[in-house]
Design a protein. Structure first.
Length: 140
């Protein structure tokens, strides 16, 4: 059983999948930073200096009553919060990742279509060559 597991683990597909997962996790961190540090600050500025990460509703006050200036302050006080700003950030990050995957798949499909179109030209050349051979055999 250990031998079978080792054979499974070292197959190319499993290794490729592991590499994909690692790169995907790193890409997720990059997208998270892009949303949090690059995209959301200008949007928040346009909407009146709103920090989306700190958009929340207090469901139950904590030991120290509010108002709480941030999600972190509310959580430290023991308040129960509904963090819809963080959810908005997560949706934007998802849309960016989904769009990147769409572009990747679109590129792969385009390459496949180009690859499938190439073989159609080769038989025409072969037919010409076969006709030349046939004609030369007829002359002989």
């Amino acid at each position: 059983m250990l031998k079978e597991f080792r054979e499974f683990a070292v197959r190319g597909n499993v290794v490729d999948m592991a590499v994909g997962i690692i790169i995907g996790a790193a890409f997720g961190k990059i997208v998270e930073s892009l949303v949090k540090d690059v995209i959301m600050p200008p949007i928040g500025l346009l909407l009146g200096k709103v920090d989306f990460a700190n958009l929340f509703v207090v469901l139950k006050a904590g030991a120290q009553t509010g108002p709480y200036l941030s999600v972190e302050a509310a959580q430290k006080a023991g308040a129960v919060t509904f963090n819809y700003g963080l959810f908005i950030n997560a949706i934007i990050a998802f849309v960016i990742v989904a769009f990147a995957v769409f572009l990747l798949i679109r590129g792969i499909n385009r390459l496949k279509r180009e690859e499938q179109a190439k073989p159609s030209a080769a038989p025409a050349e072969e037919i010409l060559l076969l006709r030349e051979i046939r004609d030369s055999l007829k002359k002989a």
